[in-house]
Ligand binder design. Structure first.
Ligand code: ADP
Ligand code: ZN
Ligand code: ZN
Length: 696
């Protein structure tokens, strides 16, 4: 071996430990930063990434440095800018550098040796050469652009020529032609010899988008990246992007870390969607990282939404992002008329009417004229709880502070939090009463009721399909059900919010929200924002075919028809809704006017969890105030106990992002020691910090 030098190598070690930063090893000085290596760690051999050449070890230094064992030299090193993105993510979300780096690489890379990697790369090159030699279908040409689209593209081109890497908000209602703008912007990037990355919030939406990109970019190499790929597929997509073979990468949030040497454009579709936030490990926001990455790579970032997040909206108002808008549907299709059903005026039915008579009539009328309807309710199962009228027993979960949901199809009581499942008891477990009854409604019960009440013109029952997490568990089930809807074999589609996102249904002219009120009074300050986005998006499923747009309707059943949120919805007035919400947030000192972090702790008892958070608070006492960070009292999480574990959280708030960052970096390492100091009854099972949390 040639002369060794010291190298800093990032390996997967937990955050906030003494060894969370890249470790020093001895290795070949010719190994560039970004090279994957195998190194000894304790008794194990692990994968690491050469982060930088280390400082020369002091002569006679007490530590014996270990040697790098192998290097994957046939894999081109990860680009410097990729390393910077990872380092930023780790620092900002308070995790280990190596932990983040290795968690976002395809797991296969940890298993293969250099020869195997060389072989995979050779295969990819061969496949690409073969694809290029083969004749391929002609690319579909773009439709003549609408005036609004031309204006948006003109402004986009101007912005790109003026700023190195502009962040652009594309605000346009569903069906206004945003996707066409993404396609055109991607074509520009590709023509300039660069790669484009397109992020979507849900795996279910990737096939549809992929089809549209594949048509337009026939002959170009397009890969997808999401968690449903097999490890081998994921490695292939990743390598194609990393080697620069793939021109386009389409994927969910983890794709924001795709290694792309020629990245020129990042699109974040439905940028407001909460799915962009990772909910474990490094709790990153792929939307926020996309913006950071755009600056790093000199790439344009295009954020698209009909209902932008208030963070994005506010930044656009301040002029930090360029705001472009597509105010009308393509072909001047009208937006659905919004109809509010005042449930206070409806006849009361035992257990509460789920579908009011006027909505029922409207649904029957649609069926009569061959239109489809979509009815959604954000609760799966038959009923959220079973109840004994005699003694008051309810189907509580023994392990969580939650009710077990009644599923009638397989006659089970299931906890949606811990999974605890039992057969439905024949009688009340407490008093033996045989008459235990479901309370409230879920999608199963809604489906059952609609099947009883809705008829086709020939008197046969209406054809109802249900799409929710239960009905789509089997592989291919969702595709089959969506296929039936598209083929016209379904009159009414019932489901959870799963059916409100993205799908391009052509024959739906009525969309109904059965019971959306709960979000109006939630303790989570973002609940109204999410509800508004959900209802706008759901409404967007109606009248997508311009011929039917004029008769499309969005129905909302509510006990609070006067609420400002519904008034804004009626007028399709996002601007008004955003203005009121932002004013409330400004007064209350909430995001985007403040920066939040949540410290969560889990323990066998609430006392232990609270004790840890209180100790953490005491540690911070002197410095938090000086740093401009406010710590609030520990409180139980919205569902305090899950699977016999008690969970508490503590909110931190600061008007300055930087202050919050400095404070966390100083504070969290001390909590690591605090946790280890707590034993016996006071033991903490887990703790974690969530920077910029979405759910409070
Ligand atoms: P969004 O992404 O805003 O929901 P899309 O880009 O999907 O909107 O456009 C809605 C529909 O209009 C799609 O069927 C699309 O093919 C079509 N479309 C978009 N732009 C044009 C255009 N300039 N001319 C004709 N049809 C268009
Ligand atoms: Zn009872
Ligand atoms: Zn449970």
């Amino acid at each position: 071996m040639s002369e060794s030098t010291s190298l800093r190598v990032a390996v997967d070690t937990p955050a906030h430990t003494a060894i969370s930063e890249p470790l020093t090893y001895l290795g070949d000085p010719a190994l560039p930063a970004g090279t994957l290596v195998r190194v000894p760690l304790g008794r194990r051999e692990v994968t690491g990434i050469v982060w930088s050449a280390g400082d020369a070890p002091e002569p006679g230094a007490a530590v014996e440095l270990k040697q790098v064992l192998h290097a994957l030299t046939s894999l081109p090193p990860l680009p410097q800018r990729w390393l910077e993105l990872v380092a930023f993510t780790a620092a900002y979300y308070q995790r280990g550098t190596g932990e983040v780096a290795l968690s976002v690489l395809p797991p296969e890379l940890r298993k293969l040796d250099d020869a195997q990697v060389r072989q995979r790369i050779a295969r990819l090159h061969k496949a690409r050469a073969a694809a290029l030699a083969a004749p391929h279908a002609a690319a579909h040409t773009a439709p003549p652009l609408s005036e609004a689209q031309q204006r948006v593209l003109g402004e986009l081109a101007q912005a790109t020529s003026q700023a190195a890497a502009p962040t652009v908000l594309l605000h346009g209602i569903t069906g206004s032609g945003k996707t066409e703008i993404y396609l055109q912007a991607a074509a520009e990037a590709l023509a300039a010899g660069r790669q484009a990355l397109v992020l979507v919030p849900e795996i279910n939406l990737t096939p549809q988008l992929e089809a549209r990109f594949a048509e337009r970019f026939a002959g170009r190499h397009i890969v997808s990246m999401h968690s449903a790929l097999t490890p081998a597929q994921r490695l292939r997509s990743w390598l194609a992007a990393h080697l620069g073979l793939a021109d386009l990468v389409l994927g969910t949030r983890l794709a924001v870390f795709a290694s792309m040497p020629r990245l020129g454009l990042i699109v974040v579709d439905e940028e407001h969607d909460p799915s962009y936030k990772q909910q474990e490990g490094a709790r990153y926001s792929a939307r926020d990282l996309a913006i950071y990455r755009g600056k790093l790579e000199g790439a344009t970032v295009l954020l698209g939404s009909a209902t932008p997040s208030l963070e994005t909206w506010q930044r656009a108002q301040e002029g930090r992002y360029l705001r472009l808008s597509l105010p009308a549907r393509i072909g001047d299709g009208a937006l659905p008329r919004v109809r509010l059903v005042d449930m206070n005026q409806q006849p009361r039915v035992k257990g509460g009417a789920v579908i009011s008579p006027p909505l029922l009539d409207a649904l029957n009328q649609r069926i009569a004229c061959g239109d489809q309807s979509l009815v959604f309710l954000n609760r799966r199962g038959y009923a959220p709880v079973l109840h004994c009228g005699d003694c008051g027993w309810k189907s509580a979960c023994a392990h969580c502070s939650a009710w077990r949901v009644f599923h009638k199809l397989d006659r089970t009581l299931r906890c949606h939090h811990c999974g605890y499942t039992e057969r439905v008891p024949k009688a009340c477990p407490d008093c033996g009463n045989l008459d235990i009854a479901p309370m409230g409604r879920g999608t199963e019960r809604l489906e059952e009721q609609l099947a009883e009440l809705l008829k086709r013109p020939d008197g046969t029952p209406a054809r109802i399909a249900r799409i929710d997490a239960d009905s789509t568990r089997a592989k291919g089930a969702l595709e089959a059900q969506l296929g039936a809807v598209h083929a016209g074999d379904v009159d009414v589609l019932v489901g959870t919010q799963m059916i409100t996102k993205g799908h391009d249904f052509r024959r739906i002219t009525l969309v109904a929200a059965v019971n959306p009120d709960a979000s109006l009074f939630s303790s989570d300050f973002r609940a109204p924002e999410r509800l508004f986005a959900l209802l706008m998006q759901a409404g967007g499923r109606a009248g997508r075919d311009a011929a039917q747009a004029a008769r499309s309707e969005m129905w909302v059943q509510t006990w609070h028809p006067q609420h400002a949120l519904y008034a804004a919805l009626r007028g399709h007035d996002f601007d008004a809704f955003a203005a009121t919400q932002l004013e409330e947030r400004r007064m209350a000192g909430l995001p985007p006017f403040a920066h939040l972090a949540l410290l969560r702790a889990e323990a066998k008892t609430a006392e232990a969890a609270r004790g840890f958070l209180q100790a953490a608070s005491r540690l911070a006492e002197a410095d938090a105030g000086a740093a401009g960070v406010t710590l609030y009292q520990p409180v139980p999480t919205p569902i305090a106990r899950v699977a016999d574990v008690e969970r508490m959280q503590m909110l931190l708030e600061s008007p300055s992002r930087q202050s919050m960052q400095h404070f966390l970096a100083w504070w969290l390492p001390q909590l690591h020691h605090e946790r280890h100091a707590r034993t016996g009854d006071q033991r903490i099972l887990r703790w974690a910090v969530d920077v910029d949390p979405l759910a409070i």
